[in-house]
Design a protein. Structure first.
Length: 292
């Protein structure tokens, strides 16, 4: 399937505002949206949404509608994205990512890891979570802080993707970790990455949509729950997630745009969790909460 990009060209301020308008419309569909700088001196930016060509008939009218009131007459352009083996191409360009003591790297950078670092090997393109996204890096930093400062006896990585966060917890502390994802392919990739990182036991991987699985009651309640997903699903699942958190436990949430943070915090305050700290990374936030 051919991928395309629908985008508008504007200023940095308006690109950020358009991103805020796009988020509630498209985030539940997991259509990537982004802003990018084209010319710093001239303040030229683009706000984009990425989709498959066959989705354009549905997506374009909604994109036009959300722009109509605030930005009437702003033209939507289209770019056809070439079919490129980005996995192979991106490996040379991806440098190791450092987040606290963690360093996430591809197989091509094994020789660059220092003995004092906690290395996690994830090759690009297999599944979301190579460490190069601000949400993953924010989660890794918060995981290190929580695991080293609090009593954590077991953990849940909800929406595990590549498995990088589950691997990080297990490498940091010898505790059982349940890693789940709605996508069976992601679970398969995560399992491969667990083996790739030399972990032979301690991480249980299961395909599970939301909390509709017996895996959570079998392995929980959890002292640490990590969910790097999207803001709206996180808000919806706040009561269920809180129900699986052990007394005194911690929650790490990410996949949240900065503008969405207060809605997420409010939802979890309503589930009787307390906000501890927020980390900012490239327009995204990672939120740490706990149960007093």
């Amino acid at each position: 399937m051919n991928e395309i990009r629908l985008y508008v060209t504007t200023t940095e301020r308006d690109a950020e505002r358009i991103l805020d308008l796009m988020t509630p419309v498209f985030e539940d569909e997991e259509l990537p949206i982004a802003t990018s700088e084209i010319d710093e001196k001239k303040d030229i930016w683009e706000a984009s949404i990425y989709l498959y060509a066959e989705q354009e008939e549905d997506v374009r009218p909604r994109f036009e509608a959300l722009l109509a009131e605030a930005y009437p007459g702003l033209a939507i352009d289209k770019e056809i994205i070439p079919d490129v083996d980005w996995i192979a191409r991106s490996l040379d360009g991806l440098k190791p990512v450092h987040a606290g003591r963690f360093v996430v790297h591809g197989s091509h950078d094994r020789d660059k890891i220092r003995a004092s670092e906690i290395a996690i090997e994830i090759d690009a393109g297999q599944a979301f979570g190579t460490g190069h996204h601000g949400t993953t890096a924010g989660c890794l930093e918060t995981i290190e802080t929580v695991v080293r400062s609090r009593r954590v006896r077991n953990a849940l990585d909800l929406g595990t993707g590549s498995g990088v966060l589950a691997i990080a917890v297990r490498k940091l502390k010898n505790i059982p970790v349940l890693a789940t994802d709605i996508d069976p392919i992601a679970v398969r990739v995560a399992r491969e990455n667990v083996v790739r990182n030399g972990i032979v036991s301690g991480i249980s991987l299961e395909t599970a949509p939301g909390f509709h699985s017996t895996a959570f009651s079998r392995h929980g309640p959890f002292d640490l729950i990590i969910a790097n997903i999207l803001a709206r699903p996180l808000i919806r699942m706040a009561p269920q997630l809180a129900n699986h958190l052990a007394p005194g436990g911690s929650v790490i949430l990410s996949g949240i745009l900065a503008a969405q943070r207060w809605k997420v915090i409010a939802a979890y305050n309503g589930a009787r969790l307390r906000h501890v700290r927020t980390i900012w990374r490239n327009g995204w936030v990672t939120i740490h909460l706990d149960r007093p």
